[in-house]
Ligand binder design. Structure first.
Ligand code: SF4
Length: 225
């Protein structure tokens, strides 16, 4: 059922099956995350959705977060981003760390805060898909995450970007307007560029950390994805 079930069915199963466990979902408000939030809300359960505000989100991302909070009252949205201010980061690690050492910047603003979240988590629901990158190609609907030692559930694993886009349109799920402006994947302002010629129903990570070898922030890595 888990391999062949639809994403809403897998999401509903996970919320029901692990109701007594420490369960949460995470998102950084990409289109997949928005679809997942809609599926979670559809279960009728009170579910916690954690995001990590890097303090470098686009203005459109903050506005989207506010729209989602309003649209889905059964979801508890919680920011677990680092409290380190941009000024303190610059004072301690130097200006524009994201330019000089993006892995260190992601560690401070994403990976370390997520490690703290995972210390109090048993079951982690994500909006990851196999088609997002080669590194995510082996993604299973349910698998153990050895990096954070939690059960990881990826209801959208088998879906394509066009499946997600169709779902978002049919259910009128709020999504980031940057997707309509050639941003297939959206992260921090300093590390995300538009991908000219891309369409909203197609996914690409080309615009993330463009001109570097980096492809992942470090939250989802290799076989531990
Ligand atoms: S994506 Fe860029 S700005 Fe955001 S945390 Fe990583 S390196 Fe820093």
């Amino acid at each position: 059922m888990l391999e062949n079930g639809s994403p809403p069915e897998i999401t509903a199963w996970a919320v029901r099956r692990f109701a007594c466990w420490r369960l949460l979902a995470t998102t950084q408000f990409g289109m997949e995350g928005c679809a997942l939030i809609d599926m979670l809300a559809h279960t009728g359960s009170q579910v916690e959705v954690v995001y990590l505000d890097t303090q470098f989100f686009f203005a459109e991302t903050y506005a989207l977060r506010d729209r989602l909070v309003e649209r889905y009252p059964s979801i508890t949205f919680r920011n677990e981003g680092s409290p380190l201010s941009v000024a303190d980061q610059a004072a301690t690690y130097g200006d524009e760390l994201w330019r000089r050492d993006p892995d260190a910047c992601c560690e401070l603003r994403k990976v370390a805060p997520m490690r703290r979240v995972m210390e109090r988590t048993d079951v982690w629901i994500t909006g990851l898909r196999r088609g997002q990158s080669a590194a995510r190609g082996e993604l299973q609907a349910v698998q153990w995450d050895w990096r954070f030692d939690v059960l990881k559930i990826n209801p959208l694993a088998r879906w394509s970007r066009s499946d997600v886009w169709r779902y978002v349109q049919e259910r009128e799920v709020p999504f980031n307007p940057l997707h309509e402006r050639e941003y297939p994947s959206i992260g921090c302002v300093h590390c995300t560029k538009p991908v000219p010629g891309s369409s909203i129903g197609e996914y690409s990570r080309e615009g993330r950390w463009a001109e570097t070898e980096k492809t992942e922030c470090g939250l989802h890595l290799g076989e531990n994805i």
